[in-house]
Design a protein. Structure first.
Length: 261
């Protein structure tokens, strides 16, 4: 009688042992805090990396392929323009209002469409007047503004008129292109001044913006423009939620001839 009940009991014990064996999981390997941080940084870098990094360009001038310094500067600029760093949707709102007016004027003067991002970098991030006196959408100095047909006096300041200031900017940009014959150099000269840019080109015997050694602000200027272009054309990649990608309008807009005061 005892043997008869013992056999089923032994079978049950064997089954329980088998369940424990197969249910056993290998302990997770502990990683140091340093390793965790490294993994997190790599993941964030991959999230910020555009799908076609080799195709990043400004005014159809692409970044040098395989240049580690250029790639590092580009990634740093893109990270700075991510939502986690910038945390603003005002740029998208401004682009929606400004681009329909700016784009047709750029096209009329033969200026690459990518220059529409310049006002966003110049005045879109921080409103107001610069310490040197530059103001308005295109951040013109008073003297430069008057040179290109804008009224700047105690009663009126047309640097704050989007249509008129964009026309003035186009005239200036075309003159710069006649000198430098490169749109990236034009953008850099717009930031630092044509006289300084010509001196640097002669001094360095180099006319490739991406290979020149310039002051910190000018050296990062074109990278900022490309970053601005990226976050507006691919907002979701950089953490901006519920924002539609901006594409070129290049159409007649009923407000194109209306001044924005």
């Amino acid at each position: 009688m005892f043997k008869k009940h013992l056999i089923p009991l032994v079978a049950i014990l064997v089954m329980l042992l088998m369940v424990k064996v197969f249910a056993y999981t290998r302990p997770a390997v502990k990683t140091s805090l340093g390793e965790d941080k490294k993994i997190n940084i790599i993941q964030k870098a991959e999230e910020l990396k555009p799908k076609h990094e080799e195709q990043l360009a400004f005014a159809e001038e692409t970044l040098p392929v395989g240049d580690e310094k250029v790639s590092k500067k580009m990634k740093k600029a893109l990270a700075a323009f991510s939502y986690q760093k910038l945390q603003t949707n005002r740029l998208h709102e401004k682009a929606g209002k400004w681009f329909p007016i700016i784009e047709p004027i750029l096209a009329a003067y033969g200026i690459p469409n990518d220059f529409k991002y310049l006002p966003l970098v110049e005045s879109g991030l921080l409103d107001g007047v610069s310490p040197k006196g530059a103001a308005g959408y295109w951040q013109f100095m008073p003297g430069t503004a008057r040179t290109y047909g804008l009224k700047v006096n105690g009663q009126i300041d047309e640097r704050y008129n989007l249509r008129k200031s964009t026309i003035a900017a186009c005239k200036y940009l075309n003159e710069l292109y006649d000198v430098f014959e490169s749109w990236t150099l034009v953008a850099a000269a717009y930031n630092v001044g044509d006289t300084h840019m010509k001196k640097q080109i002669k001094k360095q015997n180099q006319d490739n913006y991406f290979k020149m050694k310039l002051n910190r602000e000018t050296a990062s200027y074109v990278y900022k423009l490309i970053s601005m272009k990226e976050i507006l054309e691919n907002p979701a990649v950089y953490g901006y939620k519920n924002q539609r990608p901006f594409i070129a309008y290049n159409v007649e807009n009923e407000n194109a001839n209306t001044a924005i005061e």
